[in-house]
Write a protein that binds this ligand. Structure first.
Ligand SMILES: [Ca+2]
Ligand SMILES: [Ca+2]
Length: 285
């Protein structure tokens, strides 16, 4: 059928359809196109605004940035992937790993790109077996989650909403933990020698009733890019490396990093607090 005979056929067809039926068909067709577009727009505008880590954006042509769908990021040669034969061997032959088991049992992925500190605290509180609040999604079981961690007490330090925008400083992290029955000890990287940094961590990793949360600059250990927080789980003396259980599990695997490199990464300035990053040691009260 040619283009002109097709249009003749359609015109004749429409002439035979009564006007009310034509109106109904018109409205139905418009809804088919406009309603889905409207719903799509409504859905996207009603989603909560979560700050996207700029390292999750890929540069494309014309300098335009679009959210990228991609696999975990590759590791630079200075880091040993825990999920490798070498990484596994380091754990089995590690000289301080009392914290590995309780932390690995409670290993979680941060629920948004600024919740690394919250995810780390939740892991440590669960590993310490601190009495947890009710978790409605797991009723009748109680466990710390990145949702029920926040309450009226924690809101006095910083709200969940604010944390999702800007993350946490070392002082805020310790302040939030102090609302729970635990003891905290804050050490800024700039105040510690390498030996002090190493012995604080290694001593702790040899004891089961306390944990180390580290705040470091990713860029300083060859990762993308900004300040980050995660628990440390083990130490290998022969290679002088620490195992970080990285809570951004969508982005990087746990890694073995040289102690000196991590120390230097904690001696960087956090522009929010205007202090260097560092460590928080957490124990039962
Ligand atoms: Ca070893
Ligand atoms: Ca410990």
């Amino acid at each position: 059928m040619s283009a002109s005979s097709t249009s003749n056929f359609l015109r004749k067809l429409f002439e035979r359809i009564p006007l009310p039926v034509a109106i109904i068909i018109g409205v139905w067709a418009a809804n088919g196109v406009l309603l889905p577009l409207y719903l799509q727009k409504w859905n996207s505008s009603s989603q909560s605004q979560v700050e996207v880590d700029s390292s999750a954006l890929l540069e494309i042509d014309k300098g335009q940035q679009v959210p990228a769908v991609r696999e975990k990021l590759p590791l630079t040669e200075n880091l040993i992937n825990f999920n490798s034969t070498a990484g596994e061997k380091l754990l089995f032959e590690s000289e301080a790993r009392a914290d590995y088991l309780p932390l690995s049992i409670h290993f979680v992925t941060q629920t948004n790109q600024a919740f690394c500190g919250v995810a780390s605290m939740v892991m440590v509180l669960n590993a310490l077996d601190i009495p947890a609040p009710e978790a409605p999604e797991y009723k009748p079981y109680d466990i710390f989650t990145q949702k029920n961690f926040f309450n009226k007490q924690t809101d006095k330090i910083i709200s969940a909403k604010k944390v999702s925008r800007q993350g946490l400083t070392l002082a805020e992290l310790a302040g939030l933990l102090a609302t729970y029955p635990v003891k905290t000890e804050v050490h800024h990287g700039g105040d510690l020698t390498l030996d002090e940094f190493r012995s604080l961590i290694v001593n702790n990793l040899g004891q089961t009733d306390n944990f180390v949360i580290v705040n470091y600059l990713r860029k300083a250990i060859g990762q993308e890019t900004g300040g980050h927080i995660s628990p440390i789980a083990a130490y290998d003396k022969d290679t002088d490396r620490l195992l970080i259980l990285d809570v951004s599990r969508y982005k990087y695997p746990p890694v073995w990093v040289e102690t000196e490199e991590l120390w230097l990464a904690t001696r960087t300035l956090d522009s929010v607090s205007n202090k260097t990053r560092g460590l928080v040691l957490v124990s039962d009260r």
